[in-house]
Design a protein around this ligand. Sequence first.
Ligand code: AR6
Length: 168
Amino acid sequence: MISLIKGDITKIKVNAIVNAANTSLLGGGGVDGAIHRAGGAAILEECKQIRAKQGGCDVGEAVITTGGNLPAKYVIHTVGPVWNGGHKGEPELLANCYRNALRLAIAHGVNTIAFPNISTGIYRFPKPEAADIAIREVQQFVATDNSLDEIFFVCFDDENYSLYKVRL
Ligand code: AR6
């Protein structure tokens, strides 16, 4: 089941929340900052270990840590593309974020997951196009894999919430 929530993803009680991180995995602003603040130092520690092993995370890829002090057991960190006009592979890279986060979730036995609106803040991906991609990827995934009980889109801003509401 796919559901829509308006609010702060750090408050959602699910097995895994997804973070809109950057390639360094060392935190930042936006939802990334909120997750690291609420989750505490354990998340950053694990991100540093992943960095030491594989040198960060590429755009469109995803890595997993525990949720630290969050209600969620795991945080799946994915790196969305920076919008640069749309002809630099941005749509496909954003689709990869959703796909790879979902695959990683399944591999860890996650059955409830919450997504923020990846790339639509600091990375400036146009919100309507990003919503189309996010919903398409999640719907395609659940059509072939039924291991997830619940997938939430958590919209923080009114604009994204309205865009998802008319699409879902
Ligand atoms: N809960 C849910 N969604 C949120 C929250 C929250 N607490 N806070 C913001 N959003 P952004 P990006 C929404 O900028 O565009 C960071 O510095 C926000 O309204 O967080 O992928 C990273 O380290 C927007 O719709 O992520 C990267 O450097 C959405 O989250 C860079 O920003 C994504 O906005 C990533 O940029």
